[in-house]
Ligand binder design. Structure first.
Ligand code: CA
Ligand code: CA
Length: 314
């Protein structure tokens, strides 16, 4: 099943008409426009020439049969194919140094094999999906804003081989995606990655009775909880809280033992610091995470008297 760019939305909204209805497990291909609706092709196509009513188009939405409110959507990303050229832009007011940008500028970059050519630099190709989400329950959310439904999370881990877990807030879930990047650094400091059209091959499963704290990503070696909020601080707090609660519930660990484990073993990272809501994530290796399944419920830390005895022996 191929979803073409004849079906784009600019708001994730429960009232959107589905572009298609599919069964879980069916292989889907989403064709995507770049975040400028493919209007930036040359260095002359600067930000002031862009129609801002047409930024961040997401292809879809797709109605997933059997997805009911409260379920979790498991999205396995098999393959991302990109066009040969993408654009990186800067302009006054955009990004973390937007107040210092004097002049707008667009640079077109070619993708060659596993590399992105930016000026004289050959940068590694790091494909990712900037916008992917389901419809929120209530009012629509524009596709430029991230949230608990997913959306414009600009998270580098959302790429080929990864599995993304999203909430089902309305029947059918209404999955949509777009805003591919050929590469982007964590934080996305100018407010853009290498913006590029392409297509994404994926399949979707519906998980019933799941407590996975969405949005959540599983990679080859990590579990990653993602959260968005008005500030990076609040996003870090929310992501950490979500992962902590999940570990507590799922593995009957105390709050203290969980947060200490995360402080010792988990990495916090900024996904993006430039969108209307900021996105952070906390990553825990599968090796550490999977060990939780093997240890007894309750806190397994040695009690203080044992520690004292040990210290006395030394
Ligand atoms: Ca984005
Ligand atoms: Ca983008």
């Amino acid at each position: 099943m191929r979803i073409t760019t004849d079906h784009v939305i600019f708001e994730m909204n429960p009232t959107n008409q589905p572009a298609a209805q599919v069964k879980p497990g069916e292989r889907l291909v989403f064709e995507t426009l770049d975040c400028f609706s493919n209007t930036v092709k040359r260095p002359e196509d600067v930000v002031s020439s862009i129609d801002f009513s047409k930024v961040n188009p997401a292809t879809g939405p797709v109605f997933i049969e059997g997805a009911e409110v409260g379920d979790v959507l498991k999205v396995t990303i098999h393959e991302i194919n990109l066009a040969d050229y993408g654009a990186i832009i800067t302009a006054p007011g955009l990004g973390v140094l937007g107040h210092e940008v004097q002049q707008e500028e667009t640079v077109i970059c070619q993708v060659v094999g596993d590399e992105v050519k930016y000026r004289d630099f050959s940068l590694p190709l790091r494909k990712m999906i900037g916008v992917i989400g389901t419809a929120p329950a209530g009012e629509g959310i524009n596709t430029g804003t991230p949230g608990d439904h997913g959306g414009n999370m600009d998270t580098t881990a959302i790429t080929e081989g990864a599995t993304l877990y999203l909430p089902v807030n309305v029947d059918g879930a209404l999955l949509a995606l777009g805003d591919l990047h050929a590469t982007m650094g964590d934080g996305e400091v100018v407010g853009a990655g290498l913006e590029i059209p392409g297509e994404v091959h994926l399949d979707v499963e519906v998980i019933k009775n799941s407590h996975i704290p969405t949005p959540f990503v599983e990679t080859e070696d990590k579990y990653i909880a993602i959260a968005s909020a008005d500030t990076i601080d609040h996003a870090v707090e929310r992501a950490t809280k979500n992962l902590t609660s999940f570990i507590q519930q799922e593995y009957q660990q105390t709050f203290n033992s969980t947060i200490m484990l995360l402080s010792l073993a988990a990495n916090v990272a900024v996904s993006q610091a430039v969108n209307p809501q900021k996105t952070a994530r906390i990553e825990l290796s599968k090796q550490v995470f999977d060990h939780l399944k093997e240890i007894p419920a309750e806190n397994v830390s040695p009690v203080m008297s044992e520690l004292d005895d040990h210290v006395a022996e030394i």
